[in-house]
Design a protein around this ligand. Structure first.
Ligand code: SF4
Length: 245
């Protein structure tokens, strides 16, 4: 399977979940490489924006595919994860649902070592998980991409997948919002795909604490009005946009 590479190792790190309904929870993050979308502001563009590809990104740089990819077998991933003093894993990316088969193999092996392992998945909500994979995941953080991602709606919005997650009580929908247009778009998505208001989480846009502070009060007011949930972005406050923490 393909993980992101950081300092010649797979990008795996023990940290606190920074956003969404499990914000503050200790977890080991596993960053998979590759994504089926190409958002123009993506902060993990080193998982997909490789030299020779036509995708546009705000940073305007292309990454070396081999230098940014760490090939690892499910068995080796299990060995590495078993060394951490934490039994909660967050599978993130890129888009982890592109590698469900290998991840499921690793999850099953970890559960054989200790049935207490739990797994959370960060996804862009364009793929329906395989039933066997879905069964072993305790939480999906679904983050559908809005128009400001620069992606065609036909690629970023997959109605069958969104409706599937909307029906799954393990799925929470999280959005970074910075404008009224974003709020209206989220509302339209929720209506079109029957996403329960109680499972929509809004977060302020920003790469620094100052940015978050600037947008939070207004966003909190909108969240109250809509019956949604607000999440701060702890990782931005603690570490800014540093990788691997
Ligand atoms: S879906 Fe997520 S990982 Fe993929 S390009 Fe968009 S922001 Fe990046």
């Amino acid at each position: 399977m393909k993980l992101a590479r950081l300092d010649n190792c797979p990008e795996i790190f023990h940290t606190l979940q920074g956003e969404g309904v499990s914000v503050g929870k200790a977890a080991v993050f596993v960053r998979t490489s590759r994504c089926n979308l190409h958002c123009r502001w993506c902060d993990t563009d080193y998982t997909w924006n490789f030299k020779g590809t036509p995708w546009e990104h705000d940073r305007g740089i292309k990454h070396d595919k081999a230098a940014c990819t760490f090939e690892i077998s499910p068995a080796s991933l299990v060995e590495r994860l078993a060394t951490y003093p934490c039994r909660h894993i967050v599978l993130t990316g890129g888009e982890p649902l592109l590698q469900q088969e290998e991840l499921l193999e690793a999850i099953r092996s970890l559960r054989q070592l200790d049935p207490e392992w739990t797994f959370e998945v960060e996804t862009n909500g364009t793929r329906i998980p395989d039933p066997a994979f879905e069964a072993v995941i305790s939480q999906f953080n679904v983050s559908p991409k809005l128009a400001h991602s620069g992606m065609d709606a036909a690629l970023r919005i997959v109605p069958a997948a969104l409706t599937h997650f909307a029906r799954n009580p393990k799925a929470w929908f999280k959005f970074v919002a910075s404008s009224n247009a974003d709020i209206e778009e989220i509302e339209a998505l929720a209506q079109a795909h029957q996403i329960p208001a109680s499972r929509i989480v809004l977060m302020p846009e920003g790469r620094t604490s100052q940015d978050l502070d600037r947008h939070s009060a207004e966003l909190a007011a909108r969240v109250l009005e809509k019956g949604w949930r607000f999440s701060d972005r702890l990782h931005v406050r603690l570490w800014g946009d540093r990788r691997g923490v």
